[in-house]
Ligand binder design. Structure first.
Ligand code: NAD
Ligand code: UGA
Length: 463
């Protein structure tokens, strides 16, 4: 039996370890966190995160070979392998503020491992980190004065929220970076063996430490770059009556380009794309590569442009004022099938509309608590409503900001009847049937498509 510890019971720790536990029944997995409320939630029926399939797998493994605890020090001492999946947010202070990764939680963890270890261990970087962090980790861990030796591995996580369990069960690839020493190679093999219980060997890539650390940042930068690229084209489409979905389909059919991640939207969100690109930008600056830094920074700037463009198009379309108008935002999560609102474009649009003094009502099937927490600085200026029909009642406009499939199934005739006229619908996810909505009476504005509007020269024309 191997004792495996994961430090950090967030999205990554909380969704990867149960999958490990289900495939490795003879090993023992413990997930620890300094946040007692989070651990209590993991031990309850109300898990702290919503992920399809997660509840079932936690129920199967919890109490058998998967345990949650706040006793970080005790479990460090018992562990053979330690995954570290603590948060590595963007620094908000001092040198590198707004770009560099804040490694304070990371370093605290490293020191805690040294202090509480009584045996040599394998320490696995699961968090996303700047390149060469493993070197700093090795130095902290191996200056322990107790004669212990720690092998540091990089095993970045590529799962996406909303499909975390599926991605973990059936990953495109698993990446393990390690030192090319006998001990390093042995440690890599140990981790590869764990994954090989369910992942075909040919999908497990082993590299040196720095390639592994860098590949994680680069994977996210390339994915986000595709979204910013198609979003930049959506702005061109709106000026030229080209349709961005048709363009995406036409280019995506070229096997060299591929069709995935070409869905134009109000913008990308999530806790990682922006953070990891800014981290890459900072690294490029650090290594004296300003041209490379500016190249990648543009991906983030284009995303901010897209969010701002969406909100200002709303205001411009609604006779240049939304002051006092009720606007229903459909969706707060940064994407469908998650309750996560971190860096959600929905919140950016909400803030921009509040600046214009709109009356905002937000609806979302899973993310209202998180949205409320994120927007708490705005006090009572927003209404939260679980029922989309109630949210839309008397509204001047609806904005679709998360692509929840249930929003495509709503009775838009009923919604239209309950709204203030003229009724506007802004589809920030190109989710709905725009022609049908137009026929119902809506003025429809989508991303990168010609507007379907009954308003000519800002005067209302009979349908
Ligand atoms: P998270 O904020 O949801 O969870 C991190 C947890 O670590 C928190 O619960 C926090 O309390 C805990 N923690 C911090 N310091 C600790 C300490 N010293 N001891 C014990 N617990 C501690 O973060 P997350 O979304 O799980 O992301 C973790 C890392 O994984 C980040 O580096 C992120 O970039 C990366 N990542 C995230 C995703 C994702 O989809 N969320 C995907 C791939 C990689
Ligand atoms: C992303 C990556 O896809 C994961 O591989 C990675 O592990 C993770 O970041 C991470 O490092 O945290 P995630 O942010 O959970 O995963 O979700 P994505 O599916 O990548 O979506 C990110 C954002 O892009 C969402 O707001 C989504 O709506 C948007 N998006 C995605 C688009 O606007 N268009 C698309 O075509 C695809």
């Amino acid at each position: 039996m191997t004792n495996i510890l994961c430090i950090g019971a967030g999205y990554v720790g909380g969704s990867t370890m149960p999958v490990f536990a289900s495939h490795c029944p003879e090993d023992r997995f413990v997930i620890v966190d300094i946040n007692p409320a989070r651990i209590a939630a993991w031990q309850s029926d109300q898990l702290p995160i919503y992920e399809p399939g997660l509840e079932e797998i936690v129920q199967q493994t919890r109490g058998k070979n998967l345990f949650f605890s706040t006793e970080v020090n005790r479990h460090i001492a018992e562990a053979d392998i330690i995954f570290v999946s603590v948060n590595t947010p963007t620094k908000t202070f001092g040198h590198g503020a707004g770009r560099a990764a804040d490694l304070q939680f990371w370093e605290k963890t490293a020191r805690q491992i040294v202090e509480n270890s009584t045996s040599s261990k394998i320490v696995v970087e699961k968090s996303t980190l700047p390149v060469r962090t493993a070197e700093a980790m090795e130095r902290i861990l191996n200056s322990n004065g107790k004669g212990l030796f720690f092998d540091v591995l990089s095993n970045p996580e590529f799962l996406a929220e909303g499909t975390a369990i599926r991605d973990m069960q059936n990953p495109d690839r698993v990446l393990v970076g390690g030192r090319e020493t006998p001990s390093g190679r042995k440690a890599v093999e140990k981790l590869v063996e764990l994954y090989a219980r369910w992942v075909p060997r040919e999908r497990i890539i082993t590299t040196n430490l720095w390639s592994s650390e860098l590949s994680k940042l680069v994977a996210n930068a390339f994915l986000a770059q595709r979204i910013s690229s198609i979003n930049s084209i959506s702005a061109v489409c709106e000026k030229t009556e080209a349709d961005v979905s048709e363009v995406a389909n036409a280019i995506g059919r070229d096997a060299r380009i591929g069709s995935r991640f070409l869905q134009a939207s109000v913008g990308f969100g999530g806790s990682c794309f922006k953070k990891d690109i800014l981290n890459l930008v900072y690294l490029c600056e650090h290594y004296g590569l300003p041209e490379v830094a500016r190249y990648w920074e543009q991906v983030v700037l284009m995303n901010e442009y897209q969010e701002a463009r969406f909100a200002s198009n709303m205001v411009a379309s609604m006779f240049n004022t939304v002051a006092g108008k009720r606007i229903a935002l459909f969706g707060a999560a940064f994407k469908a099938h998650t309750s996560d609102t971190r860096e959600s474009p929905a919140l950016a649009v909400c803030r921009a509309l509040l600046e214009e003094r709109a009356e905002i009502v937000i609806t979302d099937p899973y993310a209202l608590d998180n949205a409320c927490e994120d927007l708490k600085d705005l006090g009572g200026r927003i209404t939260y409503e679980i029922d989309p029909y109630a949210a839309a009642k008397n509204a001047h406009a609806i904005a679709i900001l998360t692509e929840w499939p249930q929003y495509a199934q709503l009775d838009y005739e009923r919604i239209y009847q309950s709204m203030t006229k003229p009724a506007f619908l802004f589809d920030g996810r190109n989710l709905l049937n725009h022609k049908k909505l137009y026929e119902l009476g809506f003025n429809v504005y989508a991303i990168g498509k010609p507007a379907l509007t009954r308003l000519v020269n800002q005067g209302i024309v009979a349908a």
